[in-house]
Write a protein that binds this ligand. Structure first.
Ligand code: NDP
Ligand code: 8X3
Length: 250
């Protein structure tokens, strides 16, 4: 199978690329940092094709795909994984530039790659799009504001894609992970404050990018007649916090 992964230079994307190549699949590994992709290519060999793609550069995406070498051109599985959170401040203290970048990457970038890849899947009547959403798209939390809203978009877009694909064999899944350690996610979210990022994962048994890679591999290798619509996963240490009331009588 040929699998295109956006955000293959770190975290979930990198973990999945390694698992896929070990199983003999071909991977088109996309991201902005070519040095990291090249290092992966050195490890993984010719089944891994490093491709520089910034998903926010929407105009460039169709040409990047059109220029893929012949044996990587057919995309059987698209894993829309590139994404980021920026900041944990409440909305009234947030940076508008952070909000805009999250929308450009998590929403518009994901839309653009999907738009470029989907028609060929429909034409072949076969293919699989896995969107990496988040629990933040399901559950509101303090400081989640625009990040959570982008992931709610990803969830509903995934479900609406399936509605449009009725009668075809093209599958769509929204994977909704909770708190996952060992990736760059929190380092990016805290704008490079690595101490703050590390504290997010201290004091409990973490899930890791490798756990998510395993789940993605399982989805990709699942039988072609099954569509997993949504899959929410969390470490056992994490759960819902419930509704709350700000009391002024205590
Ligand atoms: P990482 O920060 O470790 O990896 C993010 C990947 O996305 C990197 O490869 C990065 O590569 C790439 N990326 C970021 N911006 C762009 C862009 N504009 N164009 C192309 N690639 C881009 O994060 P995770 O692996 O943890 O997260 C992956 C996905 O999972 C994200 O969508 C995230 O929102 C989601 N998620 C993460 C959770 C977590 O707790 N870790 C939980 C739930 C969901 P480069 O910088 O080289 O471009
Ligand atoms: C990231 C998971 O719990 O930090 O999507 O929102 S969480």
């Amino acid at each position: 199978m040929n699998v295109l992964i956006t955000g293959a230079s770190a975290g979930f994307g990198e973990a999945l690329a390694k698992l896929l190549v070990a199983k003999g699949h071909k991977v088109i590994g996309c991201a902005r940092r070519l040095d990291r992709l090249n290092a992966l290519a050195e490890d993984l060999g010719e089944l891994f094709l490093p491709v520089v793609m910034d998903v926010t550069d929407i105009a460039a995406i169709p040409k990047i795909l059109a220029d893929l070498p012949a044996d990587f051109k057919q995309i059987d599985v698209l894993v829309n994984n590139a994404g980021l959170a920026l900041g944990t401040e409440p909305a009234h203290n947030s940076d508008l530039a952070d909000w805009t970048r999250m929308v450009d990457t998590n929403v518009k970038g994901l839309m653009a790659v999907t738009h470029a890849v989907l028609p060929a899947m429909v034409e072949r009547n076969s293919g699989y799009i896995i969107n990496v959403g988040s629990i933040a798209g399901n559950w509101p939390y303090y400081g989640g504001n625009v990040y959570g809203a982008t992931k709610a978009f990803v969830k509903q877009f995934s479900l609406n894609l399936r509605a449009d694909l009725l009668g075809t064999q093209v599958r769509v899944t929204n994977l909704e992970p909770g708190n996952i350690a060992g990736t760059e996610f929190s380092n990016v979210r805290y704008h490079g404050d690595d101490d703050k990022a590390a504290k997010v994962y201290s004091g409990f048994k973490n899930m890791t990018g490798d756990d998510i890679g395993d789940i993605l591999l399982w989805l990709i290798e699942s039988p072609a007649h099954i569509n997993v619509n949504r899959l929410e996963v969390m470490p056992v240490a994490q759960t819902y916090n419930g509704l709350t009331i700000a009391k002024n009588d205590s």
